[in-house]
Structure formats: structure tokens, C-alpha cells
Design a binder for this molecule. Structure first.
Ligand SMILES: [Zn+2]
Ligand SMILES: [Zn+2]
Length: 270
């Protein structure tokens, strides 16, 4: 099977995006995408989202799942009910409870994301000044320590934006090949997929997540991949996916996967 897939899409429900599920899916249909996954941010542990601008509310999981399934039933393309879940080791029990509530609501596909180092949402533009208090390489090492634990945990179907830590352009002047190798081995150890996300092309770093060298490490380790826009508005759905496909091809990938839950994947030729 051939076709473009967008495996990472948000809606207004998270408090920092625009558009309903129906509007996001309509955008995908008009672009001729083969499949999409709706991946709203699951609620965060208490206190981490004081303004309600990071994720859906604590009581919204069921409503969100119903909304996606209703739109999916009427859509001409494949619409997967999924969600984006945070990896926050200091709040592990609460994160597990939130994942369990998602499963109970029928959400069986989870993106795994590291957005927090302790209580610092390091990718939040309003907190970017905190980067000045930290040494870039040590932030990267901490980020990838957490990322590897998350990738190996078995909790997630896809690891989102694998090198998100570079978002604002903070990249260490160091040989990163050991870090990338560790990331690839961690993902390969659990069978988790990674996403090739075009969101980084819209950010100061101006690159795909993951960048060329990290994507090559994933490809060499046999880690399967999907493509995604991480869209936060209807006009971002499908954003420059052809560049993600091209990068995958260059790295040696010949197929792109759509996670269906329970370890099942639908494959599309690149
Ligand atoms: Zn994310
Ligand atoms: Zn996202």
C-alpha cells in the first residue's frame, strides 16, 4: 500500500492548538492523506499544567475518545484514536494512572514524549530563558537518559519528536554519536516505533525530528518509523510530509508504519 500518513495531530482541546477533530480530519481528507492519528495530549499530573495550556483536562479523556471515534466512523480515510503521553519519572505513578485511564477509554495507541526535565517544560517558548542556566550538553544527556528509559519501557507505540531537545537551536558542540547509538538501541530493545516529525521544520532549529544522523542510527538498528506533522491547526495537517518521506528513504527505510494498537502496524511503501 502507498500513501502519506500523518500520525501526530492535536486539537483545540489541549489549550494550545486550533481546530476540532472534524476540522483536522477534513484537512487530511482534502490533502488526500491515506491515514491520520489524532494524538491529543493526555492530562498531566496535578500541578504541571496550572494554566491548562499543555494538555486536555483531567476529565476529558472519555469525551475526546468519543469525538475521535465519531469522526472516524464518517471519514473516507483511516482515522486512528491515539494520544500523546508524557514521560515524567518523578511522577511515574500518576503517569501510569493517566495511561490506564486512556486505555479504559479505548485509546490503544500512545505516543511517548519527553517534554519535561523535572518540572521544566524545556520546549515551552515562555521558559526558554532557563536554557541559559544550564550547560547544553548536560541537558542533552539528561534528555536522552529519560528518552531511552521511555523508549525501552514498553508503554508507548511511537516515540514522538526524538530529538525535541534541539528545538530552539541548543545543540552541543560535541560528538553525539554515542548518544544517538544509545537512543537507537533503547528503541530497538522494546520494538517501539519512532516518528519522523516535520514540526522541527517550523521551529528555530529548522530540521526534522530526528535529524539526519539520529535517523540513520534508528534505520541501522532496524527501528520502524512513522511520519507526522505534530499539527496544532488544520493548516498544519500534512505539513511538508514529503520531506519526512524523503529523509526516511535516504536513511534506508522502504516502508512507513501506521500503529493500530497492541503492537499491530499497517505498512505503507515509501
Ligand atoms: Zn510533543
Ligand atoms: Zn504533539
Amino acid at each position: 500500500m502507498r500513501g502519506m500518513i500523518d500520525c501526530h495531530i492535536h486539537t483545540a482541546r489541549c489549550g494550545h492548538a486550533f481546530g476540532s477533530v472534524a476540522e483536522m480530519v477534513a484537512a487530511a481528507e482534502s490533502l488526500g492523506l491515506a491515514a491520520v492519528a489524532l494524538t491529543e495530549h493526555l492530562p498531566l499530573p496535578s500541578g504541571l499544567d496550572p494554566a491548562g495550556e499543555y494538555a486536555m483536562g483531567a476529565d476529558e479523556i472519555g469525551e475526546y475518545a468519543r469525538e475521535v471515534l465519531e469522526v472516524a466512523a464518517d471519514s473516507s480515510i483511516d482515522v486512528i484514536l491515539a494520544a500523546e503521553a508524557d514521560w515524567i519519572p518523578s511522577r511515574a505513578a500518576e503517569c501510569e494512572a493517566i495511561r490506564n485511564r486512556a486505555h479504559e477509554a479505548g485509546i490503544h495507541v500512545l505516543l511517548g514524549s519527553v517534554h519535561f526535565l523535572d518540572d521544566w517544560a524545556f520546549d515551552d517558548p515562555s521558559l526558554v530563558s532557563r536554557w541559559d542556566e544550564n550547560e547544553v550538553l548536560s541537558v542533552w544527556e539528561r534528555y536522552f537518559d529519560e528518552w531511552c528509559l521511555a523508549a525501552a519501557s514498553g508503554y508507548f507505540d511511537v516515540m514522538a519528536h526524538p530529538d525535541l531537545v534541539k528545538k530552539f537551536g541548543h545543540v552541543p558542540l560535541a560528538d553525539l554519536s554515542d548518544i544517538y547509538q544509545r537512543a537507537a538501541e533503547a528503541a530497538a530493545s522494546s520494538g517501539v516505533m519512532i516518528e519522523v516529525s516535520t514540526a522541527g521544520l517550523r521551529k528555530p532549529i529548522g530540521e526534522l525530528y530526528p535529524g539526519t544522523d539520529l535517523l540513520a542510527a534508528f534505520a541501522n538498528a532496524g527501528v520502524p518509523a512513522t511520519t507526522s506533522s505534530d499539527s496544532h491547526a488544520p493548516f498544519e495537517v500534512g505539513y511538508r510530509l514529503n520531506e519526512a518521506v524523503h529523509a526516511m528513504h535516504e536513511a534506508g527505510y522502504r516502508r512507513v508504519g501506521l500503529p493500530l494498537g497492541g503492537g499491530e502496524v499497517r505498512w505503507y511503501d515509501l
